[in-house]
Design a protein around this ligand. Sequence first.
Ligand SMILES: C[S@@+](CC[C@H](N)C(=O)[O-])C[C@H]1O[C@@H](n2cnc3c(N)ncnc32)[C@H](O)[C@@H]1O
Length: 409
Amino acid sequence: MNKKTSASSGKSKGKSTGRSRIRTPRVELHPASIKYLYKGHPWITKDRFSMKFPQGSPFVTAKLEEGKFAILLNDPTHDSVLARLWRIGEGSHLGPKDFYFELRQRMQDSFEARRGITDRENYYLAFGETDFLPGLFIIRLKDRILVQFYSNFWNHFEKDILKIIKDFYPNDKVWVQKRNLKRKKEFYCASNKSIQEDEFTVNEFGVDYIIRLNQFYDIGLYTDMAAIRNRVKDDFEDKSVLNLYSYTGAYTLFALKQGAKDVTSVDLSQKYLDWLEENLELNKMEGNTSLCMPTIKALEKFKEEGRKFDLIICDPPSASSDGKKVSKAIDAYKDMIPLFDMILNKGGKAHIFLNTHSITRKKFETKVKEYIGKRKISITGALRLTGDCPSLKGFIEGDYLKGLTLLKK
Ligand SMILES: C[S@@+](CC[C@H](N)C(=O)[O-])C[C@H]1O[C@@H](n2cnc3c(N)ncnc32)[C@H](O)[C@@H]1O
């Protein structure tokens, strides 16, 4: 049952010293949600309880047990995650002033945790739930900062976030992006509203990449992959590399930088392959061949040609189209793995990824084992978000980028 207090009631039973005397609306949670909150899972997904959360209030509070309350960031317009945990404590109220100071402290802690990163100009300053800033992601891109809201809750506190960022990074140009499930492009430059687009380069592990803000939904470089790229850096030297779903070529250029013999990049989009070419020119790098075609078609072509590779990087979107039908990455591996088997040299490796929070790591591995069947391929390792993009214990959705390393025996 929702007990919504009106703004004029003026009664607060909470311990807040905040400037607002409006009591945080009380909501009830599904018993399973309470169990998960205690296990470290910070999301309240859509159910018959959360669907009753009030529309107008940024915060709601729920009693978990005697004397224990959860303060939740309310997001009733979200398709599935209707609230995110801010904190569990004795107080049932959170005033805006208290929230501002807690937000500032959490942002400062999360900025400080990244101070040691010196080998790249792109890194997460805040990684949402893991930094106890649920739904708020902040990427540093050399002298730009990109704030990404995955929850509409943050619209209420946009000014506060921008102020805190300005205090810590006074000279950076700040952009805000509202991320959404429809992948609709929604950017604006908070430092200068008259700027429509921004193009610049950032350096990641000695390679320059062109970043384009407000041209596409994504910006040209996936920062959550940076620490993983660094993890596999020793695998490229003198190797013939196949980069599938290459996008703008982050792995292609990284491979060449690490001394790969040659790289073949495959992507469905000529637009991204042109961007890859621009990145190569920028770095004066040679040794790549790009193919604009669906991955499966490229793999069949290599099989027919008897073409072999030493290393495959395969990082598909969670669902993709070959121009005709849409297939989920997990299912696409059923057709791809037998082809990897045919085009990998003996002793060759494949780093394969699944980029979705809706399939667990365990299920991914089980499926891949099933697709390998009796082939002479073994799973030799796992890759996961790391470094500036850590995972949170108990929050499996946060572990969305899953990698496995396959070895051809
Ligand atoms: C998640 S991005 C890959 C990111 C890249 N691995 C990186 O680290 O920068 C997915 C890419 O897959 C491409 N793509 C989607 N469907 C495809 C398909 N069926 N065959 C080849 N490329 C595809 C998209 O154009 C996009 O560039």
